[in-house]
Write a protein that binds this ligand. Structure first.
Ligand SMILES: Nc1ncnc2c1ncn2[C@@H]1O[C@H](COP(=O)(O)OP(=O)(O)O)[C@@H](O)[C@H]1O
Ligand SMILES: [Mg+2]
Length: 253
């Protein structure tokens, strides 16, 4: 089994990176072999995983300097592997576009076949070539969403892109599910939006709600997931529950 899951939403600050890092840690806690790929030039997932960007090889070095992809995998503080991201991915984005080399990441990942149970891909907050590369590789996409008035803007575009790619037989990627993040049920609007999402996306929405929890926001500065930083926190428990739900969803098919 080899599940490649892109975590995407063109909107910034919706909890993509937090979800990527904490899901990776939660899946690793179940003894599954996990690789997290940071496709964001901001490199937040790499920092949160405890990887010092300056010293490491990324997909830039794999692409431009022909480094073996295995040489770009680092060990996080949470027992999962990481291919770090950073500013140099901006040049990679341009090169893939200019050289018409779409799907190059997908080819590289084939050489890792069988080494990991799950490969999670954290994507940037735009639908650029890096995100498309992620969508190309993925067998499924997970969409983190904040329960706000404009939360669906952009998501329909993303879902349409995923559907178009698979209709054209370019990928087998499908939306695995929508995760509600940073939920604060004391907020009436959040409650309303959350209920609407349940109605409209009844089959896609995950039951697990990720609460707004300061431990999840503090953990990255210690280079660990919320799961390791404060296992008893509501945030950590929610991500462990989400991992359970994800496993049931993708491993039962
Ligand atoms: N459940 C949460 N509770 C509290 N803070 C959160 C939570 N999820 C994310 N954050 C914080 O919100 C900000 C944006 O989250 P992030 O995961 O980086 O979003 P994205 O990757 O979509 O831009 C970060 O500062 C992060 O620490
Ligand atoms: Mg991010």
């Amino acid at each position: 089994m080899n599940k490649v899951i892109a975590i995407a939403n063109q909107k910034g600050g919706v909890g993509k990176t937090t979800t990527a890092v904490n899901l990776a840690a939660s899946l690793a806690a179940t003894k599954r072999k996990v690789l997290l790929i940071d496709l964001d030039p901001q490199g937040n997932a790499s920092t949160a995983a405890g990887i010092k960007n300056k010293e490491s090889f990324s997909l830039y070095h794999h692409y431009f300097e022909e480094k073996d992809i295995n040489q770009c995998i680092y060990q996080s503080n949470d027992s999962y592997g990481v291919i770090p991201g950073g500013e140099e991915l901006i040049a990679l984005e341009v090169a893939i576009r200019n050289n018409n080399n779409q799907g190059c990441l997908s080819k590289s990942l084939q050489t890792l076949n069988g080494l990991f149970d799950y490969i999670l891909i954290d994507t940037p907050p735009t639908l650029n070539q890096l995100t498309i590369e992620g969508l190309f590789c993925a067998s499924g996409t997970l969409i983190p969403l904040q329960c706000e008035y404009y939360s669906l803007e952009g998501v329909t575009g993303l879902m349409h892109t995923i559907k178009t790619l698979s209709d054209k037989n370019m990928t087998s990627n499908r939306v695995i599910g929508i995760v509600r993040t940073m939920v604060d049920m004391r907020n009436n609007l959040a409650k309303e939006v959350s209920n609407e999402l349940e109605k409209h996306f009844s089959t896609l929405i995950f039951n697990t709600l990720i609460p707004r929890n300061v431990k999840l926001a503090e953990a990255p500065s210690h280079g660990v997931s919320g799961i390791k930083y404060m296992p008893s926190s509501y945030g950590a428990k929610a991500y462990l529950a989400l991992a359970g739900e994800l496993i049931r969803r993708v491993e039962s098919v």
